[in-house]
Design a protein around this ligand. Sequence first.
Ligand code: HEM
Length: 405
Amino acid sequence: MLGTAGAAGAAGLVAGGAAGSGIAVAAQDRPAPLTGIGTGHIPFEGAHQAGIVEPTQARGHLVAFDLAAGADRAAAAALLRRWSDAVRAMTAAGHPSTPAGYDDQVAGDAGPSSLTVTFGFGRGFFTRTGLTAQLPAALAPLPDFPSDALDPRRSDGDLWVQIGADDALVAFHALRVIQKAARDAAGVRWQMNGFNRTPGATPAPMTGRNLMGQIDGTNNPRPSQPDFARKVFVPASGAPSSGSPAWMAGGSYAVVRRIRMLLDSWDHLSVTAQERVIGRRKSDGAPLSGGTETTAVDLDAFVHGSLAIAGDAHIRVAAPASNSGATMLRRAFSYHDGIGEDGAPDAGLLFVAWQADPMRGFVPVQRKLDGGDGLSRFLRHEASGLFAVPGGAGPGEYVGQRLLE
Ligand code: HEM
């Protein structure tokens, strides 16, 4: 692969020199076109914000801001207008542009690369802007889970921004534009950087793997399922039962958890023991009750007189069937920030769970996992946030306009 890229680069130099000297370049000397990753385009406008149902991108940044002292509702509205206009420009199909005044040229040569930028509001936003009457009941603080080891400096925040792109420079550029466009209205509270497999790295599209090596995301709800929208999005009209005000129509709630994987302990387990902890085969993600990755899990199946999926297996404890139907859409990025002070990899999952109501999604499932999931022994939840993510912007609108206008 390196050889191929090097050859293309060298051919590019030859072509450039030849063009300058007026010498025709033979077809075989022209650089081979690379992939179409840069052309990937996800529209900014729509009923829902982008960055929720689309496949995870190769690169991600999660960043939370706190409003500056004295920044009121008008300042917040102007900020969301600046941010939305900037993202509209950077995600334009074909020739994305950089908003005036922010041109660092970092993404200069690239297409939109499936860039998405998603905005959410934390509880603090509503008190700071005097909008407490609009605070969704669904944004009640998450309960304390007994095994949590949360760092408050890397948790919560008045505003949350999720950036994803299939190119690391495009993602970084978007992050810088968002930070600069905050001007003096808001300052960064925390930032986390993540990644996923690069599209095209596998010969055929397949479910990604996390840093424990497991195929992760198999039993996520799918947009093609009839009840998908009900589980993930606040209804577009009517009186939602989920404790959401009208301005949240078409929105969703994002639970963000920085979950460190205790990889050195995990690596001591045999593959068979690792598979028992999850309830699926490591090689291909098939449930231990049989079949292939996509075969429905049979929680009642027995093999040689024992439950095929162990009583404390992650997929049993987390399953909707074990949690009165509680469901969420998991859309995570892996992270790796070098070696921690304890000498072990500071690596894991930037876990983002999307649901119409956290009390019917993340909260009951995490309560159950915290109390008796075999995987929890190898994890540490180190940071947490809950954000109300409004519906998407219409033509010319900014995200959150229905709350702030
Ligand atoms: C399923 C890994 C944290 C909820 C799975 C699967 C894996 C996995 C490998 C099986 C494949 C799949 O269906 O996606 C992990 C890892 C975690 C983690 C490595 C932390 C680093 C969580 C958390 C929650 C959660 C915090 C929710 C509170 C679920 C659910 C399923 C699942 C709902 C699907 C269960 C079913 O089959 O119905 N997870 N998980 N996971 N996980 Fe996790």
